[in-house]
Structures are given as structure tokens and as C-alpha cells.
Design a protein around this ligand. Sequence first.
Ligand code: 3UK
Length: 510
Amino acid sequence: ELRYPARMNCVAELVDRAVDRGWGARIALMSADERWTYRELQERIDRIAHVLHRDLGLVTGNRVLLRGANCPMMAAAILAVQKAGLIAVPTMPLLRAAELSKIIGKARVDAVLCAGALCAEFDALSVPCPPLLRFGDKESPHGLEARMRAHDAPFTAVDTSADDVCLISFTSGTTGVPKGTMHFHRDVLAICDCFPPHVLRSRIDDVFIGTPPLAFTFGLGGLLLFPLRVGASAVLLEKLTPESLLAAIEQYRATVCFTAPTFYRQMAPLAARFDLSSLTRTVSAGEALPLATREAWRAATSLDMIDGIGATEILHIFISASGPDIRPGATGKPVPGYRACILDEHGIEQGPGVIGRLAVKGPTGCRYLSDPRQRDYVKNGWNLTGDAYEMDDEGYFHYRSRTDDMIISAGYNIAGVEVEEALLRHPAVAECGVVGLPDAERGQLVEAHVVLKPGIEAGEATAHELQEFVKGQIAPYKYPRSVKFRDRLPRTETGKLQRFKLKADPAGQE
Ligand code: 3UK
């Protein structure tokens, strides 16, 4: 069982402790143009924490929205917010004004730290927002870096309770209204003390690399918290492609890689062109790992993929396996510290061989920020995921499907309703339904079924116009890659859209 002091600050434990243990001169974070030791990371965190307290006047419990691509400054900003006793609200770099407005409205943020390149989206918000403090431009006289120069004293971590909230991570949820999940200082350490030592076996000489944004808890853990916990190094790069990630693994001699199945699928055929001899562990999460992808990756690299299922609600990976414990086709067993079981629709625990809802219990768990959906997610202390799983005789858990209609495409969660909302704002659209279609490359593909207003011609040109229209309103990765036109949509007597019929009859021939 994990035990932490009743009062503690996770950043003091992760960064100040690392320096105290003599790791100060070790490399903590790297990017294309930065290379920070643990001592330098600590110093930058302390300067930002002073700016937050003294310049912005923030007090314990205030919430700070953060927006930036993966880079050392984004990492330092998140950690500074937590060290200052504030609550970090990191947001995905690709989010557009419509989604940011919902998050700002829900989280009632008191300050915003934003990478200069991503500030423009704030001009189009539909809710009031505190003034932005920009980072990333060292020359700017008004930016965060300029303010940091005025504060060179060490910053003593705010004496927080182990169960004070330090992170609100948003997940798009099934209805399109984003859900904020709250996590405590002790949760941050708990995820570092479960999957990394027991499954990943992370070590001080590891070099971590990968694609998930720090605003996604998969990336926050894998590319920042886990390496810091053991004195290892992390490489934080933005706009990675399968090819540039392979090149970076070679360049930085990375040992541990975190990314989604679609990336591994695209990297496998290119792997032979790179020296990947440094790589010893590769972790796949975000969506189901197809057997074919595991095999292609093994053929290309001789590495046995570590598959792991995690969720924003649980903070990180809770079922996984590595080395000789891997059973191809299964996600794995509960990570030490967690328990998992399969429940039927009445919440009764099922034995091996029965497909049901995957439930999990452990040191971390779901606490939605003022959201009635909390009642549905946590029952009798079990966190009910949206996944249908099956357990085998050996206690291995096998993924079957999502229990709801969330579309998971290329590792991103996309709520169909949110795409529908965007489409319905177009003057040519009468009705629409958006579903996920199985797709070999992306896991699922966003497909829109559209009923046009009278007199409007269905065809390539209209489909393309609708796709561009969606890209202009919400994060571009959510746009429907397939658009089908129908005369009408299948609905129940009460007027509810029957999504399963859209999936079963993609051509609209019903
Ligand atoms: C699906 C998987 C099968 C599954 C996440 C690692 O993905 C993460 O969090 P999200 O909140 O989505 C959670 C949902 O994604 N999923 C994730 N991993 C797997 N399905 N096999 C997998 N290996 O439906 C789950 O309920 O976006 C992943 C660490 C932290 C995370 N937040």
C-alpha cells in the first residue's frame, strides 16, 4: 500500500527532492533548443511560482489554465502552478475557442498561461477570461520570461495537504460537454509509484520520449512525472510525425517511448532506416492495440509492446503487462495497487469468460468537477469505465469495445455530439448524426451522416465544404473524414437518434 505524509506538495517531492538527492546536475528536460538540468528546472519553476504569487496575486486554490505544445517551459509552468499551491488546468494545444470557452466557464479559471503561438484562439471566446500571460518569447518585454527575470529567490513549496486538488484534467466525455477530472497531490505521486516501478521498470538512466500532449494525462505522466520520479530525462518535442519521432529516438538515444497504436503502426515500416538500439520499452495506450500492430512492431524492432489501458478519470494506466507477463491479445492484469473486475448491467461481478463493463479501484479515481455524471462513473467505490472487457481464467483482461458511442480516432476522444453541434451551424445542414466507423489505421473514423436542407445538392463539393466548416469551429482532428448524405436519420419514437443504426447501415439503405 502507498503511504504519503498527510501534508505534502507533489512538486517538492518530484523536483526539490531530486535536487536534494544529488541529481541536480543530471539532465531533466530536453527539446530541440533546450537542455535543462534538475537544478535549472527547479530554478525556473521557482521563478514562475513567484510570478504567480507576487505579480498575479494568486492564492492557494486558485485555478490556472495552461496552454502550450510539449516543451520544457510548458512543463515548468504546470509544475510551478502546483508548487505554488494552485490548481493546474492544462488544455490540449489543438482546442478551438468553442471548447476553450466551455472549459473556462466550467473551471472558472483565475489566470491563464499560454504559449505565444496559441494565444489567438482566446480572441474568439464566448465567455469572460482573465488576461493572458504569454510564454515562449524570451525577447518580449511583457511575457512570462521577462517577469521571471525579476525573481531569483528560491520558492518554498506551498504546504499543501496530500489531498488538496492540484490538477483538473478535461476529457471530452460522451455528450460533448467536457468533464473536468480532479486529482490530488498524492494522486500525482501514486501514479509514479504504480505503473513505472512495477510494469515499466523505469530507471535513473532512462530517456523518455513520445507524442502525447502534457495536457493529456497519458503525456503528463509518461513524459514528465515518471521520469522526474526516478531522476531520468525526458525529451519534449512538438509536432512529431512517425518519421520525426523515429529520428528523435535515434538522436536522443531514447530508451522509453510513449505513443498511441496508430503511431506505432506508421512507424513500424520505417523503423529499419533508423538506429533504434537504445530503445528498450515502448508503451501503447489511448485505444485498443490490435494484434497486427503488436506483431508488426515486434518484427520491426524486436520489442514486445507494453499495452496499457488508462483513463483521465483514473489519471494513468491501471491495467497493463510487460516482458514475460505479456499475453498478446490481452491488455494485461491490474497494475499493482489497482484492482479490476467485470460487472454486468446490475453491477454484479462476473467470472471469467463474460463480457461486461470494466470496473477499477485503486489509489487514484474519478472525481468530476461539479458534474452529475459522477454518480454514473463511481458506484460502491468502483470506477466504471466506458469499456466492455472480458477476463480470462488467468486473470488477464481483454478489450472488447466501448460501451458508449465515444469515437476514439488516432488516440483522440471525440464526442459525436460535439461534431454534430458544429455541423448543424452550417446553413445547408438540416440534420446530422456522427458516429465512429472501424478503421484499420485510426482505430475509428469520424463519419457524419447528413440530411441537407431542400434544394441543396449532395456531392463532393458540399461534403468538402462541411469538412472545412467543422475544422474552422472545433479542433481540426474532430472533423468528419467521411460524409454520407441521407434523406432522413433513424430515430426512436421519442425522437432520439439511433446511432447504432448509422453504424450498421453506413450507406443509408435501411
Ligand atoms: C480507451 C484503451 C483499449 C478506453 C489514457 C493512458 O486514454 C486515456 O485516457 P482517456 O480519458 O480515454 C480513456 C479510454 O480510452 N483506452 C485507453 N487505453 C486503451 N482501450 N486499450 C487500451 N490500451 O476506452 C478508455 O476508457 O482519453 C491512457 C494513460 C492516461 C490516459 N488518460
